[in-house]
Design a protein around this ligand. Structure first.
Ligand code: DAO
Ligand code: DAO
Length: 283
């Protein structure tokens, strides 16, 4: 990985938070790259006259695409322990999950209670394997220019594909009961099952929610992984312990739609994921 150093200092924006002990020169270099990156965008991907500059640029792009300004915070230097922190809640997500799935974006699930205030329920991160994405896109589109690819709805393609995707939820709200999870789920996922499946699909919903036993506890700090695996299997794990799996393309599609569909929980996160997908396949 090429690292960029800048011969000037700057003031750390007060809204950016870093996990303790992660503030390093590499982090600073990365922050500067974010600013430069906005201006440069991902359009600087063609420079046939200078291949080494091309490589450096690509590295540069991939460096800051991981730390886009929409993200709450930057990771520490690249490496297996790199994390990205959601700025409002301070929750951190590993940059890489299960050795191969890269973080595409993070966001926040809020919920209005009694039509009054919004509570932050959980922070989420969406992960997929770069190589899977590249392979799938090249099979589907062959070679397209960056501009052409930008006009495709890659996120939509990802939702429909059989590519493994993991959505990690990290619970922020301290008083979550299994009952309220079930209710919220029936609303959010239920409406998608209806939209994509054309009927209530009560049985499917039931099959999924019956995995949530009343005795489970999901206090603040719990991690829930919703993993779509090959063959449209949706596997659920709480704090790393599997609680069940359901095979259903409709259910997988409906769950992903909450985060990267047309009416997502966090539209900034969805935007970030769209951008990250384009940069993944064009680098
Ligand atoms: O305590 O009445 C309350 C508010 C509960 C809000 C529950 C939102 C649940 C969202 C789903 C969480 C999935 C892990
Ligand atoms: O946020 O509305 C929502 C739905 C999120 C999907 C929740 C899946 C929760 C699985 C938790 C099991 C807890 C026992």
């Amino acid at each position: 990985m090429v690292s960029f150093r800048f011969p000037f200092s700057f003031t750390q924006p007060t809204t950016t938070r870093f996990p303790s002990g992660t503030f390093s020169p590499a982090t600073i270099a990365c922050s500067v790259a974010v600013g430069a990156g906005i201006a440069a965008g991902i359009t600087i991907s063609q420079n046939p006259t200078n291949p080494s500059l091309q490589t450096a640029l690509n590295s540069f792009i991939s460096n800051f695409s991981r730390s886009s300004p929409l993200w709450g915070s930057l990771s520490l230097a690249d490496g297996p322990d790199a994390v990205v922190t959601e700025s409002k809640t301070g929750v951190s997500f590993p940059a890489v999950l299960n050795d191969s799935q890269g973080l595409l974006g993070i966001g926040l699930r809020k919920k209005a209670v009694l039509g009054l205030k919004n509570i932050d329920v959980y922070a989420f991160g969406v992960y997929a394997d770069d190589n899977d994405i590249k392979r799938f896109i090249s099979e589907k589109y062959g070679t397209l220019s960056t501009t052409e690819l930008k006009n495709k709805d890659i996120t939509q393609d990802l939702m429909d594909s059989d590519i493994s995707v993991t959505v990690r939820l990290q619970i922020v709200y301290g008083k979550l009961s299994i009952r309220s999870v079930r209710n919220a789920f029936e609303d959010s996922v239920g409406s998608r099952l209806k939209k994509f499946g054309g009927s209530d699909n009560k049985e499917l919903l039931q099959k999924f929610t019956s995995q949530f036993r009343d005795e489970y506890k999901i206090p603040r700090g719990s991690t829930i992984d919703l993993s779509k695996e090959k063959g449209y299997v949706l596997r659920t794990a709480i704090d790393g312990k599997e609680i069940g799996s359901v095979e259903s393309q409709l259910l997988c599609r409906s769950i992903l739609d909450l985060y990267i569909g047309d009416d997502p929980f966090d539209s900034k996160a969805k935007q970030e994921i769209d951008n990250k997908l384009v940069s993944t396949i064009t680098k």
